[in-house]
Design a binder for this molecule. Structure first.
Ligand SMILES: [Ca+2]
Ligand SMILES: [Ca+2]
Ligand SMILES: [Ca+2]
Length: 264
């Protein structure tokens, strides 16, 4: 979301000129080639109850498709093959009649989150972000962010307009819930952490402006994204599941299809 806020402040040139996160920020780490973008993902039905405890150990999660291609695809050029981010991410989605569920497991050597205000600038912290665009034919889309401190940012965007974003930051009350588990010491920057995970559920009522729940067989567009800040990084590492051609998580033209699969 940082890009959006920069746009909102009219700082387009500044944002677009940010150095890429591929500098030699993590000496000693081996570069691993990035996977190719996936054509689509399935959001499958939850086969049983999900307890929000940050852990995906319910049997329902075993049936979820694994999204593990978090990659800064916008950096791809003919001469510069992509590497995976230094910290891996694995995410899953499920759905039932009431909720869209998500779980993300994130490696992170330096857990950082100092924003405590609801709808504050969570993108300046370690953050997991979800973007959903229910229809290709209509403008609206949604953004959800959660930090290792379990601070939320959520936004309904009726029509993408970078100069208007700020007015939508606090515009709507969302009822989504999350539970975070941290593995390490949050905001203690001089030690080495392992990572964090988040398990959440978004009620379909949060999507009321665009008609609420999907039906089995419906297809939305989406991307899951991260900012990973670390003392040793010159810039936060950004990564997304959609093959974004711009360093902009709001570039929904490149979002991936998300197919809502019915009970099997
Ligand atoms: Ca759980
Ligand atoms: Ca720490
Ligand atoms: Ca971090």
């Amino acid at each position: 979301m940082r890009i959006a806020s920069a746009y909102a402040r009219g700082a387009i040139a500044l944002t677009l000129s940010l150095p890429c996160a591929f500098a030699a920020d993590a000496p000693g780490r081996k570069d691993v080639p990035a996977p190719e973008p996936r054509e689509s993902f399935e959001c499958r039905r939850a086969s049983g109850p999900i307890t929000l405890d940050g852990k995906a150990d319910e049997s329902a999660w075993k049936n979820a498709e694994v999204c593990d291609n978090f990659v800064p695809y916008w950096l791809k050029t003919k001469n510069a093959p992509l590497r995976k981010p230094y910290t891996n991410t694995t995410a899953r989605l499920l759905w039932d009649d009431k909720y869209l569920y998500f779980h993300a497991e994130m490696e992170d050597a330096d857990l950082f989150a100092d924003v405590t205000e609801q709808d504050g600038e969570c993108w300046n912290n370690d953050v997991f972000e979800l973007f959903f665009k229910p229809s290709d034919k209509a403008s609206p889309y949604y953004e959800f962010e959660v930090t290792p401190r379990n601070t939320h940012f959520d936004m309904f965007v009726p029509m993408r307009n970078y100069t208007e974003f700020a007015k939508w930051f606090k515009d709507r009350e969302f009822q989504w819930e999350t539970k975070v588990v941290t593995k390490g010491t949050l905001n203690k920057r001089d030690d080495r952490d392992t990572g964090w995970s988040v398990e959440g559920r978004i009620p379909w009522t949060d999507f009321a402006p665009t008609g609420g729940a999907p039906r089995a067989g419906d297809e939305w567009k989406f991307t899951l994204c991260r900012y990973d800040y670390a003392v040793g990084f010159k810039e936060p590492e950004l990564s997304a599941t959609a093959p974004l051609t711009m360093k902009n998580y709001h570039y929904f033209e490149d979002y991936s299809p998300l197919k809502f699969v019915g009970a099997r």
